[in-house]
Write a protein that binds this ligand. Structure first.
Ligand code: CP
Ligand code: NVA
Length: 311
């Protein structure tokens, strides 16, 4: 029998077991197929999802809002500026009050502490729609896309090129958990934090995969099945990075790099892309790119997460 995840929070990939991750992927596959065939699936009738945004969003906002509608519920877009949160009401009090009105809370925040505090004080599921630490909903959609393209996940090699922050952290966690070899190449000073690496390596020992983090681009992309990149300057990270940005220039994902990877390599990007910075037009629009499928899959995976977590 499938595991019940009702009422669980998704603050990070670390909250879920391997079995639960595969259950999300399985439900996402069913929902995607049903949508393709025009079969409605209102499994959350009348449920409401509060969607708190401290930062802008296209994919996360639209996939959650459209997703909850397709599941028979409704989403409320709540800009943190318009909430009393913006005038000093505490995160904990906001969580307590929202829990009395809605059936789930999705939040995109600057500090990961805010997600943790929301989860600790909410009686309904809290879903992390991106924090400075991790981006688990994106990662689940990424893994779903990889499974679609390759059939199975274990033993693949992912090369993450760029800033070792939120998107990289979540990918590293899930790869370690699922037995996917994960290599990251980042400019000096922008490698993932040591505690994230240590934890991932510990998990990877159990699943028998490699987690390698460094500055070596060639080692990372050599024979890779997946090349993944993200913006050089993340939201909320724009001050004082002008000097650092120069260090990213050699880490641009361009055609020459693709040629060093496995011949069937797929190129992924969480988007939005800064064309001509972390990735060239040629690669983003090229035959190896799966970024539009990846973006579409946010919808199917978000729906799977909501249908499994929200009571
Ligand atoms: N990838 C992603 O989370 O996109 P948005 O910032 O548009 O939500
Ligand atoms: N690392 C990026 C991801 C955007 C989806 C950011 O945090 O802005």
């Amino acid at each position: 029998m499938a595991v019940s995840m009702k009422g669980k929070h998704l603050t990070s990939i670390l909250d879920f077991s391997v079995e639960e991750i595969y259950e999300i992927l399985k439900v996402a596959e069913t929902l995607k197929l049903e949508r393709l065939r025009g079969i409605p699936h209102p499994v959350l009738p009348g449920r409401n999802l509060a969607m708190i945004f401290e930062k802008p969003s296209t994919r996360t906002r639209v996939s959650f809002e459209v997703g909850i509608n397709q599941l028979g519920g409704s989403g409320l877009y709540l800009s943190s500026k318009d909430l009393q949160l913006g005038r000093g009401e505490t995160v904990a009090d906001t969580a307590r009050v929202l829990s009395r009105y809605v059936d789930g809370i999705m939040a995109r925040v600057f500090s990961h502490k805010t997600i943790v505090e929301l989860a600790e004080n909410s009686s309904v599921s809290v879903i992390n729609g991106l924090s400075d630490f991790v981006h688990p909903c994106q990662t689940l959609a990424d893994i779903f896309t990889m499974q679609e393209k390759f059939g199975s996940l274990k033993g693949l090699k992912m090369a993450y090129i760029g800033d070792g922050n939120n998107v990289c952290n979540s990918l590293m966690f899930i790869c370690a958990k699922l037995g996917i070899n994960f290599y990251s190449a980042s400019p000096g000073g922008f490698l993932p934090k040591q505690d994230v690496i240590d934890l991932s390596q510990k998990m990877a020992k159990e699943t028998g995969c490699r987690i390698v983090n460094g500055t070596n681009l060639n080692e990372a992309v050599s024979d890779a099945h997946v090349i993944y990149t993200d913006v050089w300057v993340s939201m909320g990270d724009d001050s004082g990075k002008e000097e650092g940005i120069k260090k990213f220039l050699p880490y641009q994902v361009r055609q020459k790099l693709i040629e060093k990877a496995n011949k069937d390599v797929i190129v992924m990007h969480c988007l939005p892309a800064h064309r001509g910075e972390e990735i060239t037009d040629e690669v983003l629009d090229g035959p190896h790119s799966v970024v539009w499928d990846e973006a579409e899959n946010r919808l199917h995976v978000q729906k799977a997460i909501m249908s499994l977590l929200i009571r």
